[in-house]
Design a protein around this ligand. Structure first.
Ligand SMILES: CC(C)CCC[C@@H](C)CCC[C@@H](C)CCC[C@@H](C)CCOC[C@@H](COP(=O)(O)OP(=O)(O)OC[C@H]1O[C@@H](n2ccc(N)nc2=O)[C@H](O)[C@@H]1O)OCC[C@H](C)CCC[C@H](C)CCC[C@H](C)CCCC(C)C
Ligand code: LIP
Ligand code: MG
Ligand code: MG
Length: 188
């Protein structure tokens, strides 16, 4: 859904990215390290600061590709590293939230499974030559739901983070079904 905003976001990030003349893989790596810090912060039961770190990590994920493209340094390995570390970040953030006691461990595990499955189904479909960037809860949506859960939860109580994780689980599984159905229709 939010993926449709890519062209507009790229118009905003382009001028910033063109001035960042470092290897984009370092930006990707920095984003992952910040995600680990967010996970640790959630595990220590600090919701607001964890949300801030998540936003910064998401921002790095938007910027790494822009840095790569603007400086003509986009590589296949960079794309692979970006997607792989996104999965690690998604997982560690949810593990931190479960460890922090914001959600029942079983729902946390299901949200983690749903989240990774959304990306796996896409990657597998793309391996068969079917572009599969569709569905209600792609990565940007899932991250925004958790960020909102963290910010609102820090003011109104842990139960908001609980709702956010449940939403990631439900919408995540729904997206998996959407992507499987789409792939079924598109594959000969
Ligand atoms: C220090 C301050 C300036 C920090 C300011 C922070 C705040 C102002 C920003 C807060 C924003 C925050 C809310 C961000 C949350 C974003 C998060 C929800 C979205 C994460 O979605 C991921 C995003 C990117 O997906 P990809 O990784 O697949 O895409 P790219 O990296 O572009 O391309 C991959 C592609 O590139 C090549 N490559 C990559 C890496 C590498 N090492 N080498 C490479 O070669 C390779 O070809 C790869 O295949 O998903 C995109 C969807 C959509 C754009 C999401 C929109 C969500 C959101 C609502 C808007 C974000 C706002 C934006 C950050 C605002 C910036 C404004 C600016 C002017 C400050
Ligand atoms: O598949 P998904 O989790 O919704 O979304 C994600 C894509 O939007 C992104 O472009 C890619 O870099 C990620 O690794 C991931 O695949
Ligand atoms: Mg990226
Ligand atoms: Mg990414």
């Amino acid at each position: 859904m939010l993926n449709n905003l890519r062209p507009y976001i790229e118009r905003m990030t382009g001028p910033i990215a063109s001035r960042i003349r470092i290897n984009p893989n370092y930006v990707t790596l920095a984003g992952f390290i910040i995600a680990l810090a967010a996970a640790y912060t959630f595990a220590m039961r600090e919701l607001f600061f964890g949300g801030v770190l998540m936003a910064l990590s998401g921002f790095m994920d938007v910027i790494d590709g822009a840095v790569a493209r603007e400086n003509f340094k986009a590589t296949k390995f960079g794309g692979f590293l970006d997607s792989t570390l996104d999965r690690f970040s998604d997982a560690f953030i949810l593990i931190g939230i479960v460890y922090g006691g914001f959600i029942n461990w079983l729902i946390g595990m299901l949200a983690l499974h749903a989240s990774l499955s959304v990306s796996y189904v896409r990657a597998r479909a793309e391996g068969e030559g079917i572009p599969c960037s569709i569905g209600i809860a792609e990565r940007a949506e899932r991250l925004l739901i958790l960020m909102l859960g963290a910010f609102l939860g820090s003011f109104f109580g842990d139960f908001i983070m609980e709702i956010a994780v449940i939403l990631v689980m439900v919408l995540g599984y729904f997206t998996v079904i959407q992507r499987i159905y789409y792939s079924w229709k598109m594959m000969p």
